[in-house]
Structure formats: structure tokens, C-alpha cells
Ligand binder design. Structure first.
Ligand code: SF4
Length: 206
């Protein structure tokens, strides 16, 4: 597991609040172990970790335990344009079951609204939200996070950033390919942006 303890505490307390049993479904690998197994470095366009660690175990568990005749899947995407656009694809992908998106219902709640409501109910959201992250997944090391996310990790979790920076460099050296978790646009082209380069640019701007 790669997440912070406070995320698991939040899950536990939230489940207790609504009186539902909390079932943990896990593959057991970390995202990086998936990248190594598949020899494929995850990035914003291709995240094999998401498929291997979320979709596959979840689908397997549902197929074994959730009768489509009396099961509703509640998917926690929010009302931001980016998330809203994902709803039809999710609905189609899980069409064997009835799928609902309660956070898209009126009134539309922003992330801040939802966090405030959670706090008003006595819950303590993971620290990552206070630090400005969009989510608390994968120990603030999300390969889909983008530059701002990784700069935040460099600032607040320098050891974790350094660890991924070294892993990424080893992956690049071993594969002999110019691959990276991040990309950037330069002269109209999208090119890989290694974490070491992101650090260099950031530190030279201080
Ligand atoms: S949160 Fe990010 S790093 Fe974690 S599994 Fe999903 S895409 Fe991969």
C-alpha cells in the first residue's frame, strides 16, 4: 500500500458514519511495481497502475459478489467539467451494473463544499487536501497529477519526490528510452519532462 494512514482513517470513519461495512479490494502491488512488471512507465495519458490496481480487482470482486439485479455502483466523480465528461465512459464500462453519480446531482458541490461538509460531520479529511492536492491517492505520487501536483510533492514531500526521481532515472537508463511521467510542450511539440529536469527548472527559479 502506498497511501498515507490518514486516508485509511478517513475511509474507516466515513464507512462507520454511514453504517456500511468497508470492504478492501487490493491487488497488493504499488503503482511502481506495476510499471516494472509491465515495463511501462505510467504517465498522464497511459496509467497502467489505474487499470491493474483499481479496475481489474474491483471488477473481479463485483463479478463474484455483486448481483447486477440488485446492485448499484455509486461512483464518486465530482461536478468539475473534467470529471463530468468521464461519466458516460464510466457508465458504459460498468454497464453490467446500475451506475449512479450522486455528486453530479443538484446542488452541485465543489471540492471545498464537500470537504466542509465532511468536517461538519466530524470527519477529518486526509492532509493532502489541506496542502492543495486534488486528491489523496497514491501518496501524492500520481502519474496523472501533472506539473503542479509534482511541484507540490517536491515542496511538501521531498523524500518521496527524490525516490520517484531516482526510480524514473533508473527506468530511463535501463530502457534506453526518453520516457517520463510528465510531459511539456516545447516549440509546438509534446516532449517527456523527467522529474530531475522539473526539479532543476524549479530550483533555478528560486
Ligand atoms: S492515483 Fe495515479 S498513480 Fe495511483 S493508480 Fe491512479 S493513476 Fe496510478
Amino acid at each position: 500500500m502506498i497511501e498515507d494512514d490518514d486516508l485509511y482513517g478517513f475511509l474507516h470513519d466515513s464507512a462507520a458514519l454511514i453504517g456500511a461495512p468497508l470492504v478492501r479490494v487490493a491487488d497488493g502491488r504499488t503503482p511502481w511495481e506495476v510499471f516494472e512488471d509491465k515495463r511501462l512507465l505510467g504517465n498522464s495519458r497511459l496509467a497502467p497502475c489505474s487499470h491493474a490496481l483499481k479496475i481489474v480487482p474491483c471488477r473481479r470482486w463485483l463479478a463474484a459478489h455483486a448481483n447486477p439485479a440488485n446492485t448499484v455502483l455509486y461512483i464518486g466523480i465530482d461536478s468539475s467539467k473534467r470529471d463530468r465528461n468521464r461519466a458516460p465512459g464510466i457508465q458504459h464500462g460498468w454497464r453490467r451494473w446500475r451506475v449512479e453519480f450522486p455528486l453530479l446531482d443538484e446542488p452541485e458541490l465543489s471540492k471545498a463544499d464537500m470537504l466542509a461538509e465532511a468536517r461538519s460531520l466530524g470527519l477529518t479529511p486526509p492532509l493532502a487536501y489541506d496542502l492543495g492536492y486534488d486528491h489523496a491517492n497514491c501518496g501524492q505520487l500520481c502519474v496523472r497529477g501533472g506539473k503542479k501536483h509534482w511541484l507540490r510533492t517536491l515542496r511538501f514531500f521531498p523524500d518521496r519526490f527524490a525516490d520517484y526521481e531516482a526510480r524514473e532515472q533508473r527506468f530511463r537508463d535501463r530502457s534506453g528510452k526518453n520516457v517520463a511521467i510528465l510531459t511539456e510542450r516545447r516549440a509546438g511539440e509534446t516532449i517527456p519532462l523527467p522529474l530531475a529536469e522539473l526539479r532543476r527548472v524549479y530550483e533555478s527559479s528560486l
